[in-house]
Write a protein that binds this ligand. Sequence first.
Ligand SMILES: NC(=O)c1ccc[n+]([C@@H]2O[C@H](COP(=O)([O-])OP(=O)(O)OC[C@H]3O[C@@H](n4cnc5c(N)ncnc54)[C@H](O)[C@@H]3O)[C@@H](O)[C@H]2O)c1
Length: 324
Amino acid sequence: MKRIMLTGALGQIGSEITIKLREMYGNDAVLATDIREDLSLAAQGGPFRALDVTDGQAFHEAASAHRADAIIHLAALLSATAEAKPMLAWQLNMGGLLNALETARELDCQIFAPSSIAAFGPDAPRRGTPQDAPLRPETMYGISKAAGEQLCDYYYRKFAVDARGLRFPGLISHAAPPGGGTTDYAVEMYVHAEGSGHYTSYIGKGTFLDMMYMPDAIAAVAQLMEADASRLKRRTAYNVTAMSVDPEAISASIRRRLPDFTLRYEIDPLRQSIADGWPDAIDSSAASEEWDFRPAYDLDRTTDEMLESLARKRLCGEKGAILL
Ligand SMILES: NC(=O)c1ccc[n+]([C@@H]2O[C@H](COP(=O)([O-])OP(=O)(O)OC[C@H]3O[C@@H](n4cnc5c(N)ncnc54)[C@H](O)[C@@H]3O)[C@@H](O)[C@H]2O)c1
């Protein structure tokens, strides 16, 4: 990767990875794009262009004008929003990905397209979910992610497009609010713990899901994109995870630092049913073996950094602090 174009660059992942990639590859080498614009560092701190990824011609023009050799394609509708708007989810998640892959083929770009633990369905083994477990998702988001993985594999086999991808777990971060996923509760719990000292979870006690802290997710993207292709036995959709947690585990970790924090439950049937169809804990050994994936943050280290960062932002009134 030398000249990178990101889509969906103002979302939860994009707003942090854009800044990190600019540090790594140079400010002007990293073009951020999104359908909207805001005052964040990702939009204002370097090249930015408005782009709707469902417009294939505009996608091609933006990548061509930037002379991109890599596309990080993040624009998508996330799990809970996708379940509420399934037609839009299919159009954006599949139409946008197809435009990204076509642009990569036409301009000979490397491409990163994230999948999700949502690609697995209730048939997959719940614990130690293997890399190659069957994909029978029951949500529109999961279906778009499973199909997207196969579309990326197709472009690699058919057109030799260097498409790579990860199955992200729920991502925990403090720079931008999460975008309507099922695991958003984890981020919300930290924000409320640091603010009011109390949180009401829409996901039930004992619902274990994989999670990862954003710096590990960003490092994994950069590492996979730079990995020696000869070591990769597969291209897309590597399982990655750092922890398997339920709301009680996060709450206990928070209480080490904020002993008065209280957690109660008010289950949201939609998001609970989505979570019930996902694995408890996936196996990320293929990523470790093939490109040395090693997450640095366990739950307690994530908690420490989240609470410290949120407290600092609140005290400084820092721009970019998330409000939920
Ligand atoms: N955040 C997670 O926990 C997580 C977990 C698994 C997979 N993923 C995947 O990672 C990717 C990025 O996720 P995120 O959490 O940053 O999402 P997000 O919802 O926070 O951000 C998505 C961005 O896409 C933009 N967007 C929406 N429609 C667009 C369009 N038509 N054209 C261009 N931009 C558009 C939005 O404005 C937003 O800034 C997605 O593919 C998602 O499925 C995320």
